[in-house]
Design a protein. Structure first.
Length: 501
């Protein structure tokens, strides 16, 4: 299997295509005028508190104030910057006393394994793009999917496993609101501003690395559920538990950690922990609103999140960015990996040279045609994305039931791929061709779920309804690919029609 990463750099724009077996598998774009803040950490100031929507608006220095759930503002460092010592026991003790509970025990493995995910470039992704889920979300449904949002005015989803009422969506007693107007808080962006809405914020901070994610507020070691071997999971826990340079906090061990050497894992843990120490220092020095930690650019995220052993080559068409790329690879992966990094200086564009340019053009089309002549129609709306499966020119002598199954089984993986390529999120409704046999329905859903498992964004899929509909969610942390490249038509205002006088 060949897996290549192609990076095209133009004025104010960088595009990344991931090609598997000469077939476009994933796509990311970063535009300077729409630079994502996903994963950034800010020292903000509470501007207003609205208990009726369970939220607070926090000034983080952006055009619009960010939104923070009141039930998400429950960590000690929203209170005490003087004791922000990485994370210091004084601040943790304050929090324990506030909630009238016993102090947390040292790092231990969780009773139930968790898997984490962060976004994709663009930012990687933060979302998570990454493989990080908060330990408190272990039992929560996979988000937005993961759902990312708050009150209806802040999108759909649950943001790292939280629902509209925050982490306590299960109906527990409301916690006392400790925030006050004018108070300074340390927050992280988990969803970019969208439309007229400000960024979604959280106080559950995390610093992602290649193999682990450091969580300064959670005394917990979690392992990705995708690592199935019991022995390997225990080996990874033992390695991270032995991090004597980490005094507090916890880790999520990412899927790509499987099989890695102890030295590599410890180096990565040390790398993210040292980043947190810099956050601690700046948080004490700076006055709100101020940025404390900024996620790297898309090239940094590509190296961190996609440069794996199975990658056969990384090609980039900018000499300046090539130098930056080599430094990132040497720093994060090691010198031996530099042989996979290549500068492309051909006359044709890098995407044309690798024969993916036509595929990239089609990701903006409403219709996507399949090899058999069937096709799917993708219709994003403000609240829901609707996907319709049609038989089109597909012809067969099989029964109507088998014909419907054949089209659906071909459409399912393409739907998952299109969701990745277009970065569509929120609530998604798929209208498969009606099938009556339960085994056919199960197989179509299984294929869909297998393909969605390749996605860095979290997804949740429900069963096929009696009407042949599948309701699912996919994490939405920022703008869609289409919204970055297209503006609403001033004549039809997005309707796709021009009125005839």
């Amino acid at each position: 299997m060949s897996r290549e990463i192609l990076i095209h750099v133009a004025d104010g724009e960088r595009r990344v295509a991931i090609v598997e077996n000469k077939h476009l598998d994933d796509f990311y774009i970063e535009i300077d005028r729409h630079r994502s803040s996903l994963g950034n950490i800010y020292k903000g100031k509470v501007e207003s508190i609205l208990p009726s929507i369970n939220g607070a608006f926090v000034n983080i220095g952006q055009e619009r104030n960010g939104f923070l759930y009141l039930t998400d503002a429950d960590h000690p460092y929203v209170q005490d910057f003087d004791n922000l010592n990485g994370p210091g026991t004084a601040a943790q003790g304050f929090f324990d006393k506030l909630l009238n509970r016993k102090p947390k025990a040292p790092l231990v493995a969780p009773p139930v394994d968790t898997e984490g995910n962060a976004p994709a470039p663009g930012p990687v992704p933060t979302p998570e793009a990454l493989d990080v889920t908060k330990p408190s979300d272990a039992a929560a449904p996979k988000p937005e999917a993961p759902a990312s949002s708050g009150p209806s005015s802040h999108g759909h989803g649950r943001g790292r496993g939280r629902g509209r009422s925050g982490r306590d969506q299960g109906g527990g007693k409301d916690r006392p609101v400790s925030l006050k107007v004018g108070q300074e808080v340390l927050v992280q962006v988990e969803k970019d501003p969208f439309g007229t809405k400000g960024a979604r914020l959280t106080t559950h901070l995390s610093i992602p690395g290649r193999f682990v994610v450091y969580m300064p507020y959670d005394k917990h070691i979690g392992v990705s559920q995708k690592i199935e071997s019991v022995e390997e999971r225990q080996r990874l826990r033992d390695i991270i538990r032995a991090c004597d340079f980490v005094k507090d906090g916890g880790f999520i061990i990412r899927t790509v950690s499987a099989g890695q050497e102890k030295e590599e894992l410890l180096n990565d843990a040390r790398f993210v922990y040292e980043k947190w120490q810099k956050v601690v220092k700046l948080a004490k020095e700076k006055k709100a609103p101020a940025i404390i930690y900024q996620e790297g650019d898309i090239i940094w995220k590509v190296v961190r999140d996609f440069f794996r052993k199975e990658v056969t080559g990384v090609h980039i068409d900018s000499k300046e960015e090539h130098e930056k790329l080599t430094k990132y690879v040497e720093s994060l992966v090691g010198k031996p990996a530099l042989k996979k990094v290549h500068y492309y200086g051909g006359e044709a564009s890098i995407f044309e040279a690798h024969k993916v340019s036509a595929e990239l053009d089609r990701i903006y089309d409403q219709k996507v045609f399949l090899k058999t002549g069937a096709y799917i129609v993708i219709e994003p709306t403000e609240g829901v994305t609707v996907i319709d499966v049609n038989s089109g020119r597909y012809k067969t002598s099989a029964s109507p039931e088998d014909a419907a199954f054949n089209v659906n089984i071909e459409a399912a993986p393409e739907i998952a791929r299109q969701l990745r390529l277009r970065d569509l999120g929120g609530i998604i409704v798929i209208d498969f061709i009606d099938m009556s046999r339960e085994d056919h329905k199960r197989k179509v859903l299984d294929v869909l779920r297998v393909e969605l498992a390749k996605d860095l964004s979290k997804t949740e899929v429900n069963k096929i309804s009696s009407l042949g509909l599948v309701e699912m969610t996919r994490e939405r942390a920022g703008k869609t690919i289409e919204s970055l490249k297209f503006a609403e038509c001033p004549y039809c205002h997005g309707r796709g029609r021009v009125k005839i006088d």
